[in-house]
Structures are given as C-alpha cells and as structure tokens.
Design a protein around this ligand. Structure first.
Ligand SMILES: [Zn+2]
Length: 270
C-alpha cells in the first residue's frame, strides 16, 4: 500500500496539473458516474494529502480517494487516451488528463464529512498542523507493540510498514516494545525522524532510510534490489546481515503484518 509520501506527491502533482481551472470529470467504468457528474465542470480549488487519504477540494464538495492496496493513478498530456480497463475516475482540463483505477475509496464528501475524516486521523508527520503530543498520549498509555501503534492511522497517519520498521530500527527500539515504555524524549526523537524520513521521501519518491555511512558506496556493497526500491536497514531483509552490527535480521509477525528487526541493535526485542 502506498505510504504517506506517495499520497503527498500525488496531491502536489494533481494541484500542479489541475488546480485553478474547471475540470471535466467522468467515470468510464460507471461506478462513480453520479459523483463525477456532480463535480464535472467545477474548478478544482486545491488538493490535500492527509495520511494515506487524498482530497480534491471543489468548494462544498470534496473528492476523497484512498488507494488501498490496488489503487493507481496515471496522468498525461492531451489527447486523452481511449479508456482501457476499469477507470473509476477520469479528469481532464485543456492540457492534461488523469485516470484512477482500483481505489478502495472514491467518493464525494461534504464539509462535515471532511471534518469527520480529519478527526479520525492521527498526527501526519508530513503536515505542519500535526499534533505529535496527542499521538504520544495514546502511545504512552498503551501496552500494545510500538509497531502496531505507529501503524494505527488514528494515532499516526501516513506511516506504513517501511517507515515504521525503519524508524524503530534507527531509534534502537524493538517493534514489539510496549508503547508505555517509550519515554517523552524517545518519542520526540522518533517523531522528528519520521518527519525527516518522510519529508525526504516526498522529494525523492522513494524510501531511503540508511545513514550516509551505511550507503552502498560507503560500505562497498551492492545496492539493494527490491521492487520497493530504496536503501533500508531491516525492511524485507530477513536473514541478511544488519548493516550496523552484522547480526542476521529477524522476521516475525505483528498485528498480521510481517515485521523485521535486528535483535542486537533494537532494545527489548523478543
Ligand atoms: Zn544490528
């Protein structure tokens, strides 16, 4: 599933391509035909990313998209290509087109529904209005594993498995450590690191989490080959040597997801 930096990049791109002008909106597949008709011809005022949720604002109506596991956007310059496959939403202005396929959510929200969506999302490290202290209030009262808490979108929004496992490695904290063991200083550092890692990913379009001394060139090792791209410490590196201490990276399951960690570098690992 795309993590928050991908959704932020989409919001930025859609603003650049479409904001400030009327857009023609259709649903070639038909499943969003009624919603598309309600916004077609309106001016796209602005776009917004909140966690893994993408919003296109048209005044009193907002298009809400959650890509989920299979959703994908494609865009290009006119002419609009003939529709291929299941295109839920198609947008076009006088220069560009945009297609959306396979989202989990593609719906119109009114202002109270947008407020409700924002209210159920936690602190987004990519947003200037994030309230990390509220996230910490939830974390420090919980016996749940840190990784599960950081993946809970009502606590921290936009983080997926890669950012969470990598930030925990960088902080030296085990994914299974209970939330209540995280100190205020520990949280400040972890939050600052998420802000930094995710901000860099917005710029580069990939998730790189290794420090300069652990990059391939510095270590004289080949770059990582993985469809997710990016240089990482533990994510999807089971049984490979930890880039810091050489211990084999461990793999386990946590809250139904794969989890990866270094039993030597991360405190409280079990
Ligand atoms: Zn290690």
């Amino acid at each position: 599933m795309p993590e928050g930096h991908t959704v932020r990049r989409l919001a930025d791109r859609h603003r650049e391509l479409f904001a400030g002008e009327p857009v023609a909106v259709t649903s070639p597949q038909g499943r969003f035909a009624e919603g598309a008709a309600r916004i077609s011809g309106a001016v796209l005022l602005d776009t917004e990313a909140y966690g893994k949720h993408l919003l296109h604002h048209y005044g009193d109506l907002t298009l809400h998209v959650h890509l989920g596991l299979y959703g994908k956007f494609a865009d290009g310059d006119l002419p609009v290509p003939p529709p291929v496959g299941q295109i839920r939403l198609r947008m076009a202005n006088t220069r560009h087109w945009l297609d959306l396929r396979g989202p989990t959510a593609c719906e119109l929200l009114d202002p109270p529904e947008v407020d409700a969506l924002r209210a159920r999302l936690g602190a987004d490290p990519l947003r200037a209005d994030a309230k990390p202290e509220q996230a910490y209030e939830r974390i420090r009262r919980s016996n749940n594993a840190l990784a599960a808490l950081l993946l809970d979108q009502s606590i921290v929004a936009g983080t997926g498995l890669i950012f969470v496992l990598e930030a925990l490695f960088r902080a030296g904290l085990a994914p299974t450590a209970p939330g209540r063991t995280l100190t205020p200083d520990g949280w400040r550092e972890l939050w600052a690191d998420l802000v930094d890692l995710m901000g860099k990913a917005v710029l580069s379009g990939r998730i790189d989490t290794v420090r300069p001394e652990h990059e391939p060139e510095a270590m004289g090792r080949p770059p990582r080959v993985d469809r997710h791209g990016g240089e990482v410490y533990v994510y999807r590196r089971p049984d490979q040597p930890c880039l810091v201490c050489g211990t084999s990276v461990s793999r386990g399951e946590l809250a139904g997801r794969n989890s990866y960690w270094c039993a030597t570098c991360q405190k409280g690992a079990s």
